[in-house]
Structure formats: C-alpha cells, structure tokens
Design a binder for this molecule. Structure first.
Ligand SMILES: Cc1cc2nc3c(=O)[nH]c(=O)nc-3n(C[C@H](O)[C@H](O)[C@H](O)COP(=O)(O)O)c2cc1C
Length: 229
C-alpha cells in the first residue's frame, strides 16, 4: 500500500510540511509506504483545457494528457491507495500550486456521462490539511473559511472518501523581530502556536494511522464485494 503526500506550500521546511511529516509518521508506522512531493520543485501548469483526456476514444485512462513534471506524480497518485494534500491558506483559498495540482489530477477522471462520478476503477482514501494564520473563531466564521476551504477540498471526493483538517493560528513568520509587525499581535501568535502545536502534531499523526486503517478496510470491502458478485 502506498500513500502520496503532496506539499502545496512553496516552503519545504515550515508549517505545512512539518505537519505532513507527522501524517507520514502515522502512515509509515502502520506499515504503509509514503512518498512526499514538493510541488514547488516541479515545472507544471494547471489544466489548459486541451480536452485531450475527454475526447472520444482517448487512451488517457483518467490521466491528464499534458506532459510535464507533474505527469509522473499524477500517475503515481492515481496508482496509490492514500492521498494527503497539505496546503497553506493564501487569501482564503489553497495555494496556486495546490489548485493547479488538483485541476490536473481531477479533470481527466471526471465522468461527464455519469455526472459527478469518476471513471477510475478504484477508490483512494483522501485527506486535505490546511494550515493558516487565522485562529479567532469569529473571523474564521465571518470570512466563511470552512465553507470556502471545505468546498475546495471536497473536489477530492471524486477519488474516494475524504477528510479535512484545519490547523489554525500558524503564522507564516518564523521570527517576528525581523519584519515590520505589530509586536502585541506577534506575542498572541507565538502563544497560540505554543498552546496548540503539540495537539496539532498528534492530530496529524492520528490522521496518518486512521487513513491506513480506512484504506485497509475499504480494500477488504472491495474484495468482499468482488466475492459476492
Ligand atoms: C501570500 C500569503 C497569504 C496568506 N493568506 C492567508 C489567509 O487568507 N488566511 C490565513 O489564515 N492565513 C493566511 N496566510 C498565512 C499562512 O496560510 C500560514 O502561515 C501557513 O501556515 C503557512 O504555511 P507554510 O509555513 O507551510 O508556508 C497567508 C500567507 C501568505 C504568505
């Protein structure tokens, strides 16, 4: 069993990737192989709407036809049993890197005959983790973060069951002294991180364990269904 872990942050050593690494620990300790991909390392674009993956008689098999650095990653993702996408929130959405990855991953297997379903013959256990600065519940609600980010992540349900985790109160700034910053606010951000980070790491680790368990259960379900037929 294999889990693809996609880092949609342009940074390879900060909030998102450190929580993704905790997910990987949980996955690996459950006996599943992992592969971490930093989207930033790849040269690729979003969907260019060439429709090659949709044309009648195409041989794409649910894989985007564009040939660039992302193609092997998409191929590996569709062959895996687990997919975890981690992204910082940038101006209320996923990062552009993450969005481009999702467009390329999801358009090819999207079935236009049976609207909303997938042409793939398998299910992938999916999860999205968001890391973000906003902690305040009122602001989180007023800006409709859960709705916006929930809908963006929901697209992954095309591939299989999906769960979404929000890790809030994580500033992009590693060291407030170096930047023009309201230092009162910086103190609040530092204390939020201190208060919540261990709990976030545990949640990420538990997610990894849960995903493997769910993927195993789903695999058994599929086998049982096959036997029943
Ligand atoms: C360009 C940019 C835009 C951001 N926009 C938001 C935002 O709309 N809401 C939010 O809560 N945090 C926002 N943040 C903060 C990041 O989402 C947050 O610090 C995240 O954990 C950074 O992840 P990283 O350390 O993996 O890069 C933004 C950060 C940057 C650099």
């Amino acid at each position: 069993m294999k889990a693809m872990i996609i880092n949609g942050s342009p940074r390879k050593n900060r909030n998102t990737v450190s929580l993704l690494k905790k997910v990987m620990e949980g996955v690996e300790e459950s006996g599943c192989e992992t592969k971490l991909v930093h989207l930033r390392d790849l040269k690729f674009s979003g969907c260019i709407s060439c429709l090659a993956c949709k044309i009648k008689g195409n041989t794409c098999g649910g894989l985007c036809a564009l040939r660039d650095d992302l193609r092997p990653v998409l191929e590996e993702t569709l062959a895996s049993e687990i997919l975890v996408v981690g992204t910082p929130v940038y101006f209320h959405y996923q990062t552009a890197l993450t969005r481009a990855f999702m467009e390329r991953l999801l358009f090819a297997p999207l079935d236009y005959v049976n609207a909303g379903s997938s042409t793939l013959k398998k299910k992938i256990q999916c999860a999205t983790i968001y890391t973000m600065h906003v902690m305040n519940d009122e602001l989180f609600a007023n800006m409709s973060y859960a709705q916006t980010l929930g809908v963006a992540a929901k697209s992954l349900e095309l591939l299989g069951p999906q769960e979404v985790l929000y890790f809030r109160g994580l500033s992009a700034f590693p060291d407030f002294e170096r930047y023009p910053f309201n230092l009162e606010f910086a103190k609040i951000l530092d204390s939020m991180r201190e208060e919540h980070y261990a709990e976030y790491e545990q949640q990420a680790y538990d997610l990894g364990k849960r995903l493997v368990h769910q993927a195993n259960t789903q695999h058994l379900d599929i086998q049982t269904n096959n036997v029943a037929k």
